[in-house]
Ligand binder design. Structure first.
Ligand code: DAH
Length: 355
């Protein structure tokens, strides 16, 4: 009987699974085990021997039982650990490659790394412009790229056949009556949607994609991005507009770049202006990109025409406001010194990687 504990220890050490432990358990303390036999023999012994033997038997059985419990627990923990390790997904793979000087994977040594993308230059410019305007207290909203004639033209004070519609060469869609549904030519229709959805005061910018049937050249591409601004409040004047344009130009382009307003015409603003900034490609000296003028036109602006307020039922006696709209791609071009805007659409990986 004394040897049983030692035997149990060595049998259990050889167990590789909980099932093995169950077999050993039956062998050690089961009905047909040596201990069970000793127990049965107790009955025929004189009482004092029986008591002594019974006590030892109980003690040995107790020790074997705790060995069984401990070994089972040990084996369960080990199998949990193996499962955890095989379930683990190695997410460090990309980062474990050497990084190049720009922090991208795929340095000189090591296997070629899967290419990691990053937001394009237009998206980043858009994000930065939004940040500037949010910092000035504007909210950011979006509108649809497929528009109706009413939002894109009519509500902006251009009734059908108005000559000013010729300022935007339009892509029409074959939907509904001819020339009623189109790809928006500017972000200005969202001004109308905003004023319908929200009563003044309004301080909002609207970034988004626009489409025009333009022949691509250094400054124009047929799919481009604008950011529209709309402010409607009590007592808003032209000097608020000029101040906003100036604050934006300095915040985004820095101190060396100046903005100027030139009289212009837009049907939805009165008075209207075009705003230009110092050409950053030649620092104002004159180059091919700015057609030797030293200035680059960024967009248009003006005081919201009372007819536009009327189209959405805002009382122009109580409220006034200004609006502006300019090219995001043009900003990216000026900020990064991109001489020809067509590269933005060409998907040349060498260009995309660079910015
Ligand atoms: N929508 C005009 C364009 O695409 C730009 C513009 C001019 C927007 C004047 C405005 C504005 O909001 O007031 O050429």
């Amino acid at each position: 009987m004394e040897g049983s504990v030692v035997e149990a220890e060595s049998l259990l050490a050889r167990c590789k699974s909980v099932a093995d432990v169950n077999v050993v358990e039956a062998e050690l303390i089961g009905k047909r085990s040596r201990l069970a036999e000793v127990n049965r023999e107790l009955r025929g012994l004189p009482p004092d021997v029986r008591r002594e033997r019974g006590r030892r038997l109980h003690e040995v059985r107790g020790r074997i039982e705790s060995l069984l419990v401990a070994r089972r627990e040990e084996l369960r923990a080990a199998s949990r650990q193996t499962r955890l390790e095989s379930d683990r997904i190695d997410l460090s793979e990309v980062m474990s490659f050497p990084l190049d000087r720009g922090g991208r994977p795929g340095g000189r040594m090591g296997p070629p790394a899967p290419a990691r993308g990053h937001p394009g230059v237009v998206q980043r410019t858009r994000d930065e412009l939004e940040d500037v305007f949010v910092g000035m207290g504007f909210i950011v909203v979006e509108g649809p790229e497929v528009e109706t004639d009413w939002y894109n033209f009519e509500a902006l004070n251009m009734p059908p056949a108005h000559p000013a519609r010729g300022m935007w060469d339009t892509f029409y869609l074959r939907l509904g009556d001819p020339e009623t549904v189109l790809l928006r030519t500017h972000t200005s229709p969202v001004q109308i949607r905003l004023m319908q959805a929200q009563r003044p005061p309004i301080y909002a910018v609207v970034p988004g994609r626009c489409y025009r049937r333009d022949t691509p050249d250094a400054r124009h591409v047929p799919i481009f991005h604008q950011i529209e601004g709309l402010v409607i409040d009590r007592g808003i004047s032209f000097s608020d507009l000029a101040g906003t344009i100036d604050a934006f130009t300095t915040a985004y382009f820095g101190e060396g770049i100046h903005a100027r307003l030139r009289p212009a015409f837009f049907p939805f603003t009165e008075p209207s202006a075009e705003f230009e900034i110092t050409c950053t490609i030649c620092a104002g000296v004159g180059c091919r990109t700015c057609s030797q003028t030293g200035w680059i036109e960024l967009g248009g602006c003006g005081m919201v025409d009372p007819a536009v307020l009327g189209a959405v039922g805002i009382d122009d006696e109580e409220w006034s406001g200004f609006a502006f709209g300019f090219g995001i791609d043009r900003c990216a071009q000026m900020r990064h010194g991109i001489p020809d805007m067509r590269v933005l659409l060409e998907n040349d990986a060498r260009f995309l990687r660079q910015l």
